[in-house]
Design a protein around this ligand. Structure first.
Ligand code: GAL
Length: 805
């Protein structure tokens, strides 16, 4: 009975809160029914402009990814050769009489870039930054009946970044309705101390002195099960912009145990609740020292991190939340525990996912400062805008427990100690709880943590630096750094030409011998190349395509240096842009490719970073070589030993080597190759590869089976070409056509091939090394919604999914 009463009281509490939110603070979805047109359109902002012929779209919307890859597009290697330009957006919306006495604010999570926003023909402002929220109060311009908000996006001058940036209103927007007196949501800052004390900082807006005594506040803390665990009432005299609450033995937050609490502020005028706002937070205690490294909640941690760019491959920069969820979980399964937002703020739900699944974040705001690194990048606007943008950034993100450190820049061109200090001091006004770093800051004077990029990958670079500056804390902001093409193999080691020697070394006329002696050497796997292929754009998946230092040497160095706090590989997932030349639309830097498919290096990291017993074998076993040719077969495992079987016959049991891989040279013979590893509990785990016959049918799997219509959901449909016996065909390049009912909208197709320049929004894609994907977003609820994949000459496949409200 007591339990029933408790449940009832919890339910009523919840219902009551929902009612209050709906009444006094409303966040209205502002994403649907926008009108869009490419071009610089005169008078487009006017209320009575005739927009009847414009295209109807929903935001988030990135128009660049809708276009075709072309060498003529000025975005060039930086922007993946995709189109940019100028475009206009309009949205008509009805004024609600309920807003008469309220404050109405429009909030765009980000617009790329140089956006000018108008309401009913009146200009609200211009925003060059393409990665941060824009807010305007609308009241004075609104009128009864229909209102029109219009946005011009000027992305005509490119490259505006060193990577693919997308173009348009590519993140969500909302209308926020509050009482004139309300809590300023950007002011809310929840910090914890000694893992038992919560300090809540807040500001109220719109309060006038005469009425001040009418207000009171209630601060509540809820645990992860939504149970109230602390509550504090503040009288008007106690509303001092800060309050502290104690909690007994709260659960701590870490990447392993990401326990989240919710802090809620309720504002009352007399007895009436007039505002309610919540934020999630976590208790975590971070210690960093230049001798002992990084400690979180008393436990030693090494950052096993990856750098990421914000695009989602075939969907461009308009990335559904669920796509990030899928990708970040995949990284976490690899043993990754940290991500760096290279080199700009990401969408908010990215950080929410990191908070909830447990990933540490280095949150970075800038690539460069005053001096542009790409011809038309933010450097042109830096001086006028950095303060506003930095304030918006820190206030937006500072409650996320996942964020460990701030980063103020990356390989900044003409970096001066003055600007570094300016940015550093500015951040400290808004957050003193986090240390500050910068990508490549060996000469950093103010930053708390020295960030190492590429040059840290030279032989003993970290050790030498530490000897010289023992008091500095070292982080690999961009280490290590090599690249692979999924399913492509080369047995001879190949160093990235651009870096052997690197441009800066050539500039300094360093001798070739000197450079060679500083690079980690990776042995060839065979004296002559077994898989001749002259396409140097594709990179070998034997982990022998090297940019100065391989993963294995990196990890050996990382785990043995007590003062080194770990690092971030360049990169976790392939991203669009930053290719070296046409016709490549990117370089293969990712552990996971553009189609969200892991490369072999994913499993190498997993063998080093994860404790869950695993084994992986490479390469595949369908080769165009003569029988008897010796092929190096590699196993990655976190078990101590493994045995290889060719067509059932043992080729020997081997122990893990100092090279962190086990290699057998196997005379090629058609059939099955199987590796069996034995873990410390004497349990075995195995993986096999088989010689495939001709392409015969398509197999399908999905990222998940039940979608939600409402929550920025998306589903990835993975198609694989297999032979008659269900064996994946690694050379298959069949065109696969995807179709579905009106419940779903196709938002991207991809195969991970950096040289495939077909459009990402059409409904068909060639398989690359046997695989390709389609990504759909739900538009209508339905059960047993069909998705089909077909291909000429192959047996197609159909699957069903469910879409809930
Ligand atoms: C680094 C840079 C990254 C990326 C990478 C590619 O120097 O910081 O943004 O450009 O090189 O190798």
């Amino acid at each position: 009975m007591r339990r029933i009463i408790l449940i009832f009281s919890l339910l009523t509490q919840l219902v009551w809160h929902v009612a209050i939110v709906a009444q006094n603070r409303e966040n209205i979805n502002f994403n649907n029914d926008w009108l869009f047109r490419l071009g610089d359109i005169t008078d487009f902002e006017k209320t009575n402009y005739d927009d009847t012929s414009w295209r109807q779209i929903d935001i988030p919307h990135d128009w660049s990814i809708e276009g075709n890859y072309s060498e003529k597009n000025p975005s060039g290697t930086h922007g993946a050769f995709l189109p940019t330009g100028i475009a206009c957006y309009r949205k008509h919306f009805e004024y609600s009489p309920k807003w008469d006495s309220k404050k109405v604010t429009v909030i765009f999570d980000a617009i790329y870039c140089n956006s000018t926003i108008y309401i009913n023909g009146q200009k609200l402002g211009f925003h060059p930054n393409g990665y941060l929220p824009i807010r305007y109060t609308l009241n004075q311009y609104l009128k009864p009946g229909e209102n029109v908000i219009a946005v011009k996006v000027d992305h005509s001058k490119t490259p505006s970044g060193r990577w693919y940036t997308g173009s348009g209103i590519y993140r969500a927007a909302r209308l926020q309705i509050t009482e004139p007196v309300h809590l300023d949501e950007t002011s809310l800052f929840v910090t914890t101390k000694d893992n038992r004390e919560v300090t809540v900082k807040y500001e109220l807006t719109g309060v006038n002195d005469k009425e001040a005594s009418a207000y009171s506040m209630i601060v509540r803390i809820y645990n992860q099960d939504n149970r109230e665990v602390a509550k504090k009432r503040l009288t008007h005299k106690e509303i001092t912009n800060e309050t502290t609450i104690k909690l007994k033995n709260p659960n701590t937050w870490s990447a392993q145990t990401p326990y989240l609490y919710t802090c809620e502020i309720e504002l009352l005028k007399g007895k009436e609740a007039i505002d309610l706002h919540q934020t999630k937070f976590g208790f975590r205690h971070i210690e960093v020292s230049s001798t002992k490294g990084l400690w979180i909640n008393g436990q030693k941690e090494i950052l096993k991190g990856v750098c990421l760019h914000q695009d989602g491959g075939p969907v461009g920069t308009a990335v559904p939340r669920d796509l990030w969820l899928y990708r970040l979980k995949l990284l976490k399964e690899m043993g990754c525990n940290a991500v760096r937002t290279a080199h700009n703020p990401f969408q908010t739900d990215f950080y929410e996912i990191c908070d909830s699944i447990g990933l540490y974040v280095v949150d970075e705001i800038f690539d460069g400062w005053e001096t542009p690194k790409a011809e038309y990048d933010y450097g042109l606007y830096f001086e006028e805008n950095w303060q506003n943008d930095l304030e918006t950034f820190i206030k937006r993100d500072r409650n996320h427990p996942s964020i460990l450190f701030w980063s103020i820049g990356n390989e900044v061109k003409k970096a001066t100690p003055e600007t570094e200090k300016k940015l550093y001091d500015f951040i400290k006004q808004y957050d003193t709880t986090r240390l500050i770093t910068q990508g490549r800051s060996y000469n950093g004077k103010s930053v708390d943590i020295i960030g190492f990029n590429g040059r840290g990958e030279y032989l003993n670079a970290l050790v030498k630096y530490h000897e010289k500056y023992p008091e500095k804390i070292l982080l690999g902001t961009e280490m290590t750094h090599n690249y692979q093409t999924r399913g492509f193999y080369r047995t001879k080691t190949l160093y990235r030409l651009r870096d052997f020697p690197a441009p800066w070394e050539l500039e300094r006329k360093q001798s070739f011998e000197d450079i060679k002696n500083r690079i980690y050497h990776v042995e060839d796997l065979s004296p002559t190349e077994i898989f001749p292929d002259d396409n140097l754009v594709y990179q070998s998946s034997y982990d022998n395509s090297i940019v100065r230092m391989g993963i294995r040497d990196y990890w050996k160095a990382t785990k043995d240096l007590p003062y080194y706090i770990g690092g971030f590989r360049w990169t976790g997932i392939d991203y669009l842009g930053e290719s070296f030349q046409w016709p490549a639309r990117t370089a293969n830097f990712g552990v996971i490719d553009l189609a969200n498919l892991p490369t072999d290096s994913y499993y190498l990291y997993q063998s080093l970073w994860s404790d869950t017993p695993m084994v992986h074998i490479l390469p595949h076993w369908t080769h165009k070589v003569k029988e008897g040719t010796e092929i190096p077969v590699v196993a990655y495992t976190n078990c101590a030993e493994a045995e290889l079987f060719l067509n059932g016959k043992s080729l020997g049991k081997k122990k893990m080597t100092d090279d962190l891989q086990i290699v057998w040279n196997v005379p090629y013979q058609l059939g099955e190759l199987k590796v069996v590893a034995t873990d410390s509990k004497k349990q075995t785990i195995s993986k096999k590869v088989q010689t495939a016959g001709l392409p015969y049918r398509i197999n399908l799997r999905t990222s998940h089976n039940v979608l939600s219509e409402k929550h920025n959901d998306a589903i990835i449909v993975f198609a694989e070409v297999v032979d008659e016996n269900n064996v994946p065909v690694p050379y298959a390049d069949n065109w696969i056509e995807f179709s579905s009912t009106e419940h779903l909208e196709l938002i991207g197709v991809e195969n991970g091939d950096v040289l495939d320049l077909s459009n990402n929004k059409i409904k068909a894609r060639k398989a690359f090394h046997g695989q390709c994907i389609a990504i759909y977003k739900p538009v209508k609820k339905g059960n047993n919604v069909k998705i089909k994949a077909t291909s000429l000459g192959l047996i197609g496949k159909e699957i069903n999914i469910n879409i809930r409200e």
